[in-house]
Design a binder for this molecule. Structure first.
Ligand code: NI
Length: 143
């Protein structure tokens, strides 16, 4: 019997969405306010979920304390109160859209979660806008 265990977390971060190989006008047309050259911030809300079998000894799918500490060390410490474009190496050449941030978060957490368990990342950039990434499931089945 599989159960999904979720933990909410939060970080504030600044970003700018743009492509250096596009004109300011094109960046403005595509990215709008998010292309502000002086950056702007978001209050990101993160929900990390781990799905797997319940361990018969502990009754846990994953110890939530372990998940909490993992999100703190891998994500909050790396992203909170940071300028994502400038201070987070993963976004040096990657636009820090909500989509790309969710994928980066998933990639950072996945090595720390047991392979028998599924990992899902939901990232809210605003209370109304959020993205979900569950990894490349086809790749997982092949390996
Ligand atoms: Ni933005």
């Amino acid at each position: 019997m599989k159960v999904k265990v979720s933990r909410k977390a939060h970080f504030n971060a600044a970003h700018r969405l743009y492509r250096p190989d596009w004109s300011f006008e094109k960046n403005d047309a595509i990215f709008g306010l998010c292309n502000n050259p002086n950056f702007h911030g978001h209050n990101y809300e993160l929900i990390v979920s781990v799905t797997g079998e319940i361990d018969p000894e502990t009754g846990f799918v994953i110890d939530v304390k372990v998940l909490k500490d993992l999100i703190k060390s891998e994500i909050e410490d790396a992203f909170d109160h940071k300028n994502l474009n400038i201070e987070v190496p993963e976004f040096k050449n990657l636009n820090p859209t909500a989509e790309n941030i969710a994928v980066v978060i998933w990639d950072k957490l996945r090595p720390h979660i047991d392979n028998s368990k599924d990992l899902e990342v939901v990232l809210y950039e605003t209370p109304r806008n959020f993205v979900t990434y569950v990894g490349n499931t086809l790749q997982f089945k092949l390996f």
